[in-house]
Write a protein that binds this ligand. Structure first.
Ligand code: HEM
Length: 229
């Protein structure tokens, strides 16, 4: 694997290196931090889904092979399938990368309402996961939070590019597995130890189209400590 020194030896300039590091640090932090914020808010709004996550999390914590000394193993994280579906559904509704921009290197012909439309090379194109994720053709009742949309058999019915939380194709997110494990870890420890509720409603907090999708203010949470026997 290339180290930073190898990259410098390969002729990568300091400026390019700074761009790469910025992409890694920014792409790796802000995205997962805002997603987990939205996830906890949706869990607070939907106590039934929160409880289903907690049941799955409790099972894992109570198995000494999956959580030796109370520490989750990678296998245990992989087994948190319901939590995973809730995170995927969170990112469907609130994709931190709500718009993805590309400059076309080659011209592109797209089918638009039965007409062939040519988009010339050099055009700046914006792909908007926020809109695609709310298309009722792919996601019936799109405004509704429903983690079962991410059951394997439901995913198999959709075009693979109908879900773009981590983008898709050759320049998709390189850190998505790490990001999912990071978010599952935070979700598991918080929901294991606290019940979350909120006095906010979805419409109380505007969403800002910053570089990532950002709530205008933090949501308000109440944490009720759980006592484990
Ligand atoms: C919830 C977590 C994450 C989400 C939702 C997310 C989302 C995305 C999206 C949508 C893109 C495509 C952006 C574009 O093309 O304009 C992207 C690219 C990228 N992500 Fe993530 N990401 C996450 C976590 C991470 C983590 C943890 C890392 C690194 C440790 C990371 C590193 C990157 C990098 C380096 C790229 C650029 C890849 C390229 O251009 O070839 N991401 N991510």
């Amino acid at each position: 694997m290339d180290t930073l020194d190898d990259l410098v030896d390969d002729g990568v300039s300091d400026e390019e290196l700074v761009h790469e590091l910025n992409a890694l640090l920014f792409g790796g932090h802000e995205t997962s931090a805002t997603t987990i914020h939205f996830f906890f808010f949706l869990m607070a709004l939907h106590p039934d889904y929160q409880e289903s996550c907690r049941r799955e999390i409790d099972q894992v914590f109570e198995d000494p092979f999956q959580a030796p000394d109370g520490n989750l193993t990678f296998e245990a994280l992989a087994g948190l399938k319901y939590v995973e579906r809730c995170l995927l559904e969170t990112m469907r509704l609130y994709p931190s990368g709500f718009a993805i921009m590309r400059n076309l290197k080659k011209s592109l012909t797209i089918d638009y309402e039965g007409k062939q439309v040519n988009v010339p090379a050099g055009t700046n194109v914006v792909i908007v996961p926020w809109v695609i994720h709310r298309n009722a053709d792919y996601y019936p009742n799109p405004a509704e939070f429903d983690p079962d949309r991410f059951l394997p058999e439901e995913c198999a019915k959709r075009h693979p590019y109908a879900y773009l939380a981590f983008s898709a194709g050759p320049r998709n997110c390189i850190g998505w597995k790490f990001g999912m494990n990071e978010m599952k870890t935070v979700a598991a420890y918080v929901l294991r130890n606290f019940r979350l509720s909120t006095t906010d409603k979805l419409e109380d907090v505007a969403l800002l189209p910053n570089v990532t999708l950002t709530p205008q203010r933090d949501y308000t949470f109440m944490f009720e400590k759980r006592i484990h026997k």
